[in-house]
Design a protein around this ligand. Sequence first.
Ligand code: EPU
Length: 439
Amino acid sequence: MCIKFYTFLYIICEKGKRLMSEVIAIEGGYKLNGSVRISGAKNATVALIPAAVLSDGPVEILGVPEISDVEALAILLKELKCEVEVDGERIRIDPTHMEDIPLISDAVNKLRASYYFMGALLGKYKRVKIKMPGGCYLGPRPIDLHFKGFEALGAKISCVEDTYLLEADELIGTSIYLDFASVGATINIMLAAVRAKGKTVIENAAKEPEIIDVANLLTKMGAKIRGVGTDTITIEGVDYLGGTFHEIIPDRIEAGTFLIIAAAAGEKVIVQNVIPQHLEALISKLKEMGIKMEVVGDNIVVYGHDELKSVDIKTQIYPGFATDLQQPLTTLLTQAQGESHVKETIYVERFKHCGELNKMGAHIEVGEAQSTIHGQTPLHGARVEATDLRCGAALVIAGLIAEGKTEITNVYHIDRGYDNIDHKLITLGAHITRYEIED
Ligand code: EPU
């Protein structure tokens, strides 16, 4: 698998005596046409891979996106002495001979989702030692609800410097109420509870499609889970989980990003391999803005439009408007007539993209957990920084519609979550290159 892993290593490498880093350069203004196929869901994949270690036999997963988060997880699997084979979109994980080894290498803090090894290894060995997870900075991202769940199941948790130790004599099923319907806490508690003794009930559970995908894999492995997709999930612990085969759902955030790209820079673009029901909130907003779209099976056809209307967005837990699409949509809103408002209820500091878009000519004011976008503003090329994954996507969209050349730095953020975004866009007619610049 040809993952741009070195970009992920902060892409800062020493060449002679100079520090170099990679940029994505986009020559804006070219209209996009054609088809793009959406990859498997990143936020499902990064939980499915740790979930596989709960099995006592080989697990094969299809539809794995080529992103650097997968590469980091494969490193962690190998550290645990799992056999790992990656072949294009397929990963085969054989945990038969794995060992209870602390996860303390740098690969842990390359991504946030390494914390799913907490639930999975606690479930399997009743003990896990692991460094703090990393991931995009979107403001404070506590994991107290994960810990509340593990402790309720019987684990004791301690932290020395940057390493957690979670240990339990045994895990015993119980009732856990989540104060917030957290995606990560729901999945992590589910991973620990499938091998606990007795029944666990997670109340106010999150309902995101990625959680259902993880529960589907665990069920195929032999877990007994009911109620996923509702706010009460019930898990009957089992002693044994076995090998299986699973195909990942399409990435709704990548799909949403391409719908926005098509609306911003497309003439006629077909976004393929989509579950349209996962994108209802975005599709409604795009229609409200005046974008014409047709859903044909698992494809969505988008027609570009010059006169866009402003809209207001409030991010919410699924099935509300996804926080991960707020940043890409903001770029499109700079092209709408009038004032649009974005209210962020999940990550109140997720607005770093606004400053970067302003460098390109946008007029966005950021307030407390909200932004106001004054449109319509023409955008011009500039050197801008992908401060996080979805900020990177917002800037790619801006680069596609801006006049002149846009250079996006910190592209390792984009490579963490978008499978071959340059290649997919080039196929649609975009003018994109990558090269290194002096840092
Ligand atoms: N929260 C707590 N305590 C916790 C857990 C969460 O206070 O123990 C708070 C968070 O601080 C945040 C909110 O609850 O304000 C939502 O957090 P959640 O746990 O639901 O999110 P997550 O599991 O950390 C996943 C995705 C994010 C996506 C969110 C919301 C993964 C690996 N990450 O994060 O994806 O934004 O759900 O849908 O699945 C992205 O893909 O760019 C991304 C950031």
